[in-house]
Design a protein around this ligand. Structure first.
Ligand SMILES: CCCCCCCCCCCCCCCCCCC/C=C/C(=O)SCCNC(=O)CCNC(=O)[C@H](O)C(C)(C)COP(=O)(O)OP(=O)(O)OC[C@H]1O[C@@H](n2cnc3c(N)ncnc32)[C@H](O)[C@@H]1OP(=O)(O)O
Ligand SMILES: Cc1cc2nc3c(=O)[nH]c(=O)nc-3n(C[C@H](O)[C@H](O)[C@H](O)COP(=O)(O)OP(=O)(O)OC[C@H]3O[C@@H](n4cnc5c(N)ncnc54)[C@H](O)[C@@H]3O)c2cc1C
Length: 627
């Protein structure tokens, strides 16, 4: 989709900065822009699209949705409502609902989290009780904690939503299933009878996404509103279970995969802003007889920023790679083949946390690298941080997902020790975990990260086994060892991120021009070297690195920063963000940061008049002792 076309939409871009709008105005402005945007976008995800086309569409959506400093109330419609219909609906249900959803005849969201439960899906309390006499489900929120709480667009935007509710038939619970529920009248937009809706209030970010709450008071829906691809309820109330209850969790896996690419995009935006500003900002005078240097020439500034460029590339390569796995597993699931689902789940449970942890930290570092002007909302670094840090929590809180990945790693290791073959991204666990001598090459360092993962996984399994031998229950042993279980998952995730980035770049290197290949492989080298230094403790413990090797690594890292410096601005320009997408006084292509800062400052409502009315009302009498 052509950004130029989108950005040429009259009225799409804000004349009044969002920062000076009220909470309510921000939402109303975002709806206005979303409608304009969709009128132009018209692009929809067609199930016959190739992986590549589907991926490009999602990436385009991610990029273009960036024109919203704080994201759109339509976000959940695209990222979860439609994917759930696709993944959980029968052919008939998809046929009917996809047409309406893709044409924006209806706007939906995904309502799973409740006031009382977010992580523990099996603890959700919203009830869907089947009434065979009327062939309906009765939706009910029995207690306050069962109110749906958080879904984007739920408060005032969506008129339909996917509700994840506990299915009861004849008093028996059959677990959590997806239900298509109309929540507002399509003409009046009033909440339907038995439905309570509202907004959850101001947040650190996402303040235009219209996150809401939803409570049911014995609200009835027809039987055909349960999405029945994976499990069914027959007219007489017979429950037909799906082949795997976790298939109901499928949308979350999809979004976790999407988040990795979203982090690549968010980080690219932030480092474009910070690096361009660092190229125009001059400060201090290390050499008395020379002009103030660009702050980009301080090596400490390069250390803060260049890793962000490399990390964005790494996340993008991993996202494309993971997307292909997701797509092929989805095709296998469609034909009833489930055996690759656990690995996909484990991968998503590693890469979503690591990409959000790194991106959040590096976006904050981009802000900190810009001094006071980085602290301005007009720089759009704080908002970018606010959007990124939300992904640490949503779609599966990172700690919980890393523990999920640990389940798979522990199972794989225990199986390996018993002689069961390892496969896919865990096959390396069967490798030699003794490093005779440090190999400082890129491949050598990546191999060391694999050794670190093997050693951390094997040692935490030993801890678990020792706790159980001492009499602890498996659950208590698991909880006691959980800090090192998440560390083992992180180590596995690091090894995957590094090796996939390297191998995906190697695949592409052959078709790159020599100069471009040189620069992009320097970023791979920087990424691997940076993480070897960040994790030097693990390298010393498990990978036979010596202090001399560390010294060499440090010198190589410094040389890499110097080598990348001449191409640094070109590398962020290559992300090709238009100024309107960056939406930043510091990051504009023309480098006129000071003029833009002043232009934005003058838009402050306070600058409309030289003396604010509080002077006469409060200050003057106060200063005259007359208040
Ligand atoms: C107008 C312009 C705008 C344009 C807009 C365009 C936008 C386009 C795209 C933008 C992209 C932006 C990026 C996307 C942003 C989207 C915003 C999202 C907003 C947020 C939404 C949400 O947060 S939705 C709610 C998310 N909630 C969660 O994720 C809950 C997390 N909890 C869980 O997943 C589960 O509770 C659990 C896994 C932690 C535990 O589940 P459970 O208790 O059932 O299992 P057990 O622990 O008992 O057993 C585990 C067992 O099951 C297997 N398993 C678990 N999960 C899965 C799975 N998903 N798939 C397969 N298998 C699974 C696991 O492997 C274990 O197996 P064992 O063999 O037993 O070990
Ligand atoms: C910006 C934003 C948008 C969102 N949008 C949506 C949406 O559109 N639809 C939707 O349904 N939900 C949405 N959510 C909700 C989100 O999915 C939940 O916040 C998330 O799943 C975490 O659940 P929780 O908030 O209940 O935290 P909890 O699950 O209560 O977790 C709180 C803390 O307890 C820890 N903890 C919990 N369980 C364990 C465990 N087993 N082991 C170790 N530690 C544990 C966690 O690590 C966490 O630190 C959104 C959230 C945010 C922030």
């Amino acid at each position: 989709m052509d950004e130029q076309k989108v950005l040429s939409i009259k009225g799409l871009l804000d004349d009044t900065p969002e920062e000076y709008l009220s909470h309510k105005e921000k939402y109303e402005n975002s709806i206005r822009k979303s409608v304009l945007f969709y009128k132009t976008l018209h692009s929809t995800e067609d199930e016959n699209m190739s992986v590549d086309e589907k991926t490009k569409l999602n990436f385009r959506n991610i990029v273009t949705s960036a024109i919203f400093k704080d994201n759109s109330p339509f976000m959940l419609h695209n990222s979860m409502f439609i994917p759930t219909i696709m993944g959980q609906g029968t052919d008939e249900q998809r046929e009917y609902w996809m047409k309406r959803a893709k044409n924006m005849e209806i706007i939906g969201t995904y309502a799973q989290t409740e006031l009382g439960h977010g992580t523990f899906i099996r603890g959700l309390e919203t009830q869907a009780t089947y009434d065979p006499d009327t062939e309906e489900f009765v939706l009910h929120s029995p207690v306050l904690s069962s109110y749906k709480w958080w879904p984007g667009g739920l408060a005032h935007t969506a008129n339909y939503c996917i509700v994840m509710a506990r299915l009861y038939i004849k008093g028996k619970s059959h677990g959590i299933h997806p239900f298509m529920v109309q929540i507002r009248d399509e003409e009046t937009h009033m909440p339907l009878p038995g439905i309570k809706l509202g907004e959850i209030g101001a947040k650190l970010g996402f303040n235009t996404v219209n996150n809401g709450f939803l409570g049911f008071e014995n609200h009835r829906i027809s039987r055909d509103r349960m999405l029945m691809k994976n499990a069914q309820v027959l007219k007489d109330g017979t429950f037909v279970a799906g082949s795997n209850s976790k298939l109901t969790y499928g949308t979350m896996v999809y979004v976790r995969v999407l988040i990795v690419s979203n982090m690549a995009n968010m980080l690219a935006k932030a480092v474009t802003i910070a690096l361009r500003y660092s190229a125009i900002r001059r400060q201090s005078q290390p050499k008395p007889d020379e002009p103030e240097p660009q702050i980009l020439d301080y090596v400490t500034q390069q250390h803060k920023l260049f890793i962000a460029i490399a990390s964005s590339h790494a996340f993008y390569m991993n996202a494309m790679w993971l997307w292909e796995i997701y797509y092929s597993v989805s095709l296998q699931l469609a034909s009833g083949k489930l055996d690759n689902l656990p690995e996909l789940h484990a991968l998503a449970c590693c890469l979503k946390p690591l990409s959000t942890i790194d991106a959040t930290a590096m976006i904050e570092k981009c802000r900190l690298a810009c001094g006071g002007h980085g602290y301005m909302l007009s720089a759009n670094l704080a908002q970018t941080y606010g959007l990124a840090t939300a992904a640490y929590t949503y779609e599966g809180e990172n700690t919980v997902l890393l523990l999920q990945a640990a389940r798979s790693l522990v199972k794989a290791w225990v199986g390996h020790v018993k002689g069961r073959p390892l496969k896919g991204t865990m096959a390396y666990l069967a490798g030699d975990s003794t490093v005779k001598a440090w190999d400082g090459s890129i491949d050598g360092i990546i191999q060391s990260f694999k050794v670190v993962a093997i050693r951390k996984i094997s040692s935490v399994v030993k801890i678990l086994q020792d706790y159980e031998k001492s009499g602890l229950s498996p659950e208590d042993a698991w909880n006691k060892a959980s800090v090192f279980l998440t560390a083992a998952s992180e180590a596995h995730g690091r090894a995957v991120l590094l090796s996939v980035y390297k191998s995906e770049m190697d695949k592409r290197a052959a078709v790159l021009s020599p100069p471009l290949r040189k620069v992009l492989l320097q970023l791979v080298d920087l990424y691997v070297t940076y993480w070897a230094l960040e994790k030097v403790g693990d390298m010393l413990l498990y990978a036979s690195i010596t202090d001399k090797d560390v010294d060499e690594l440090q010198r190589r890292y410094i040389e890499l920063l110097a080598a990348i410096r001449p191409n640094a601005v070109g590398l962020v320009d290559a992300f090709d963000f238009r100024d309107e997408i960056l939406n930043s006084t510091l990051g504009a292509y023309d480098g006129r940061a000071y003029e833009r800062l002043m232009e934005e400052a003058m838009k402050s409502p306070l600058n409309a008049e030289p003396v604010n009315q509080t002077f006469h009302k409060y200050l003057k009498p106060f200063m005259r002792g007359k208040l």
